[in-house]
Design a protein around this ligand. Structure first.
Ligand SMILES: *Cc1c(COP(=O)(O)O)cnc(C)c1O
Length: 300
């Protein structure tokens, strides 16, 4: 349905990494598709298959004003010719919500609800009411947080040659991607997750729910790189992003990938990894968040 290009691999050739004999490779999932970048494409895969199998009138999902997931779903639904509805946290709405405009341009019907209502988006009563309102909709949970999303994310592994890698790293939002990486039996080494939210104490429960297996032994969580919480940032993080672009030409977003890359660099600086370690970082794509920054903040 979506032809993806082969995943490009870039070496993050920081002289310090070389000096410590640590190899860091960046898997450019952000480049697999011009619109549905990164992990979102993989997470959507099996939801779309399911939706097409059933007799649904539409696909409905949830997101904020800068949601990579919402945009990916809008585009995917246009491609498969299915009507789609995006339920959006209305309080986030700003005049120039470019991401939402783009969603609408792909034919997504937007429906705004309050932050309080939005918080119930996984609640069965809320889902039932939503279904009554919009008809026979196939519902994709926010961020693809569901076994089907994790199963889709697990196929990322199949696209990469990980035979000599000792760690695979991803930013963590809903934990769906992390669960997928743990689930795929073709990769048996460590999975490192960098949560981008503050005080996320339920990661293990989430992974258990998503995988329906006990796979936590191989999971490493680098907490403390959330920079204050979801979509929060500091000048240090912005400087890091600009430097990374300046030195290596890699664009990151301040919500997800910049925090993940910062964490890896910081852990290498602090000798967390043994010499000889081979680390592959997933550039999970999604630059929508950067659209909320004022002009001139980033050099790219
Ligand atoms: C959505 C997103 C993530 C988080 O993925 P989860 O599966 O929700 O943990 C990471 N990186 C980027 C760029 C994203 O857009």
């Amino acid at each position: 349905m979506f032809l993806t290009d082969k995943i490009e691999l870039n070496e993050w050739g920081d002289p310090l990494f070389l000096h410590k004999n640590i190899t860091v490779t960046i898997a450019r999932l952000d480049k697999v598709h011009p619109v549905i970048s990164g992990n979102k494409l993989f997470k959507l895969k099996y939801f779309l298959d399911e939706a097409l199998k059933g007799k649904y009138d539409c696909i409905l999902t949830f997101g904020g004003a800068y949601s990579n997931h919402l945009l990916a779903t809008a585009y995917a639904c246009k491609q498969i010719g299915t009507h789609c509805i995006g339920v959006v946290r209305g309080d986030d709405l700003k005049e120039n919500a470019v991401t939402l405009q783009q969603c609408e341009s792909y034919g997504m019907q937007l429906h705004f609800i309050s932050r309080e209502q939005y918080q119930q988006n996984n609640d069965p009563i809320f889902i039932k009411a939503t279904k009554e309102k919009f008809g026979r909709c196939f519902i994709i949970p926010e961020g693809g947080y569901h076994q089907l999303g994790a199963l889709g994310a697990s196929t990322i592994i199949d696209e990469l040659d990980l035979s000599d890698q000792t760690y695979i790293v991803t930013a963590l939002g809903t934990a769906t991607t992390t669960a997928g990486l743990l689930m795929n039996g073709n990769y048996k080494q460590h999975v490192i997750a960098v949560p981008v939210l503050k005080n996320m104490h339920d990661i293990e429960n989430r992974i258990d729910y998503l995988t329906q297996k006990n796979l936590l032994e191989r999971l490493i969580i680098f907490d403390n790189y959330h920079f204050g919480g979801y979509a929060k940032k500091t000048p240090t993080l912005i400087d890091f992003m600009n430097l990374l672009y300046h030195e290596h030409g890699i664009e990151t977003d301040f919500v997800y990938t910049a925090k993940m890359m910062f964490a890896i660099k910081d852990k290498i600086d602090n000798n967390y990894f043994k010499p000889g370690s081979k680390i592959i970082c997933l550039h999970t794509g999604g630059l929508q968040g950067n659209r909320s920054l004022s002009k001139g903040t980033l050099i790219f």
